[in-house]
Design a protein around this ligand. Structure first.
Ligand SMILES: [Zn+2]
Length: 134
């Protein structure tokens, strides 16, 4: 999570100035964002804060200098890329676990599909329990 990145926008309409912070969060791609703006009058020093406004985040903890927030405004391309990334990771993990199970069952002399004990079955014949060819 990015807490208080460098100010991205400074402008001074009517002798006041505003600072805008944008926070982005996401793994592996930053796919959610939030904003926080502070408006200060010229009389306000750097040590005292002006008017604060924020949006797009659930505030978890209001710290002194950097609040911990959970942004929820979506960055759609990155969000879709993250969904694709985690789906691929899940599918690859599941396929690897199934392949390992089939490999272990064959090594033990069991049917790779139903784990029926095939040691007493002739080698060319299919599984008598589920019909899977060997
Ligand atoms: Zn079987």
């Amino acid at each position: 999570m990015v807490n208080r990145p460098p100010p991205m926008v400074h402008y001074s309409p009517s002798a006041a100035f505003m600072t805008l912070w944008v926070s982005e969060w996401g793994i592996p791609f930053r796919c959610f964002w939030s904003w926080e703006a502070e408006r200060r009058s010229p009389m306000t020093t750097g040590l005292t804060s002006g008017q604060l406004a924020s949006g797009g985040a659930i505030i978890l903890d209001r710290g002194t200098w950097s609040p911990r927030t959970l942004p929820y405004l979506p960055i759609w391309p990155a969000l879709l890329a993250n969904i694709l990334f985690y789906f691929t990771l899940f599918a690859a993990t599941t396929a690897a676990a199934r392949a390992l199970t089939r490999f272990r069952r064959r090594r033990r002399g069991q049917c790779p599909r139903c784990a029926y004990d095939l040691r007493a079955t002739p080698p060319a014949s299919p599984c008598p329990e589920c019909g899977t060819a060997r």
